[in-house]
Design a protein around this ligand. Structure first.
Ligand SMILES: Cc1cn([C@H]2C[C@H](O)[C@@H](COP(=O)(O)OP(=O)(O)OP(=O)(O)O)O2)c(=O)[nH]c1=O
Length: 200
């Protein structure tokens, strides 16, 4: 049986894997993401996922390391996590009334194979008022999220529509990841509580 190692401290990625009953351990190392050059969003998220993945060591022969990176891309600009309220305001006003792309890059690595997934979701924001943006920043929600919003939290109210995988915006293209994991021998495992309920 393969053992999945999540090389991420993102609570969203952890919750998404739990949602589909994939057992995993967390093993995260800090990586210096500032050194990577930007060519285009796809190559960039892939390179970031690879950097995060290779900072974590394979300790057992049956381990599979999963890493990911999410960015927001708007008119050729990459929006990561806002470092201040001013930056969050700048990002959210930029995204107001327009469409942007969310890219998540994923790397899977075992001692025998490696692979990547890069998924794009298009998100459209309603036109936002100054008050709306300021209220949202006050909640503190934008600061640990690429582009300064969380579609899974209050940020949902900013979103008019999406095209593509919702979970990709939250931080992991879940269904593609689960399907790719099968090639590494990682499968969902029924939680204990379910077993008790069915008496199995
Ligand atoms: C756009 C968007 C991003 N995000 C989050 C997903 C990611 O956690 C974060 C982007 O930062 P990342 O650098 O991708 O990840 P991270 O630093 O949170 O975690 P780690 O490097 O340890 O894996 O933005 C949301 O939660 N909701 C959203 O709607």
């Amino acid at each position: 049986m393969s053992q999945l190692i999540l090389a991420s401290s993102s609570p969203r990625r952890k919750e998404l894997l739990e949602q589909v009953h994939i057992p995993f351990q967390i093993r995260k190392q800090d990586a210096d993401e500032s050194s990577l050059p930007f060519y285009n969003p796809r190559a960039y998220v892939q390179a970031l996922a690879e950097l995060k993945n290779r900072t974590v060591e394979l300790q057992e022969h049956n381990e599979v390391i999963l890493s990911a990176d999410t960015i927001v891309s708007f008119e050729g600009k990459v929006l990561g996590k806002p470092q201040s309220a001013e930056e969050a305001y700048e990002m959210l006003s930029m995204l107001s009334g327009a469409q942007h792309e969310v890219y998540t890059g994923v790397m899977l690595r075992s001692s025998e194979q490696e692979s990547f997934i890069v998924e794009k979701t298009t998100v459209e924001f309603w036109p936002l008022t100054k008050d709306e943006i300021e209220y949202y920043i006050e909640t503190g929600d934008p600061f640990d999220k690429a582009g300064g919003y969380g579609i899974q939290t209050y940020g949902a109210t900013l979103v008019k529509g999406i095209k593509g995988d919702y979970n990709n915006v939250v931080g992991l293209p879940l269904s593609r990841v689960v399907r790719s994991l099968q090639a590494y021998g990682v499968y969902p495992s029924l939680p204990e509580v379910e077993n008790e309920r069915t008496g199995n």
